[in-house]
Design a protein. Sequence first.
Length: 112
Amino acid sequence: MTGAELVEGHEPTAPEEAVIGRNLANTLDVGVGESLTLGGSDHPALARVTIVGVYETDGSVDDQLIVPLETGHHLSLEEGTVHIVRTAGDADAAFDGAGASDEPRAKAWYRA
């Protein structure tokens, strides 16, 4: 990401890792070592990622979650596109099939 500086942690090295913008981390009250559940915007897929880094920029992209391409493809019907991924509700409930909240907590972009 142009103009971004990793200020904590490291870049993702596995599909289940992600870096988060400082603003989004503050909004969600999460940090390095914590996990988020992601749902596909146009495909019924889930992925759980662990935050391994926090970045800052001079612009508005501090409110994004960046995941590896493999994770983005898992959450998308069409490879090579850009989609919105929403974190939602109770992560454990989503993975246990109990149904996460329908109300998204935040929006994040991944670039495929």
